[in-house]
Design a protein around this ligand. Structure first.
Ligand SMILES: C[S@@+](CC[C@H](N)C(=O)[O-])C[C@H]1O[C@@H](n2cnc3c(N)ncnc32)[C@H](O)[C@@H]1O
Length: 211
């Protein structure tokens, strides 16, 4: 494939490097061709090819779903009449037969709203959430940990026994403590780093089953 080269005019060298890499990224190009809203969609496609969670889940919840790439994948690979609900701080452009809710998952009524949107408990809870970078590593790390802790609280309430959790997690720091907390409610805990997840990123995906 022909590489796109940028003219340097008016772009700082860091932004130009980022943009050049983005424009030539295999998964960015594929997502444009195949109509997915995010390159992240290919991470979930790889997870699905390995574990087949979507195929077998009637009630699917996606936390941090904007712009909607994972929701599109859930709709494509899930059962035809699956109930799919996505939540994000940001507004999500409509996807037919998918419910989207603009909301902060830290809001106290989150579990209640989720339960109201499903007639049964959730069989697959997915989270690709990451906080906006503050530029301060310590603050960012604390934000990441509190997001995952909140995902675990929600999992406890809304995920069905023997249901599955897929959650983005960042390797390092408090990972050990988190795993310790997870073991109270979850088992078969494993990590999976899809090829679409950039090698230089510390992100990986945690896969677990509710007890
Ligand atoms: C990497 S993006 C998700 C991409 C998505 N999986 C896709 O394929 O389109 C992470 C999302 O997490 C959301 N997010 C971060 N913190 C959140 C919070 N507290 N409540 C709800 N959404 C949150 C962000 O707004 C952002 O849209």
């Amino acid at each position: 494939m022909k590489k796109i080269k940028l003219k340097k005019k008016n772009i700082s060298s860091n932004s130009s490097r980022w943009l050049q890499r983005h424009l030539n990224d295999e998964f960015v190009i594929k997502s444009k061709i195949e109509g997915y809203r995010s390159r992240s969609s290919y991470k979930l496609i790889e997870i699905e090819k390995k574990f087949n969670f979507l195929k077998n889940s009637q009630n699917i919840l996606d936390l941090g779903c904007a712009p909607g790439g994972w929701l599109q994948v859930a709709k494509k690979f899930g059962p035809k009449n699956a109930k799919i609900v996505g939540i994000d701080l940001l507004k999500i452009e409509k996807i037919d037969n998918v419910v989207t809710i603009e909301k902060n998952i830290f809001d106290e009524d989150t579990e209640e709203i989720i339960q109201k949107n499903f007639t049964n408990k959730v069989e697959l809870l997915m989270s690709d959430m990451s906080p906006n970078s503050s530029g301060n590593k310590k603050i960012d790390h604390l934000r990441i940990v509190s997001l995952i802790e909140r995902v675990l609280e929600i999992t406890k309430v809304v995920l069905k026994p023997k249901g599955f959790l897929i959650s983005k997690i960042f390797q390092g720091g408090a990972q050990g403590d988190l795993i310790f907390k997870m073991k109270k409610d979850l088992s078969d805990i494993k990590y999976f780093k899809p090829r679409a997840s950039r090698k230089e990123s510390s992100e990986t995906y945690l896969i677990a089953k509710k007890n």
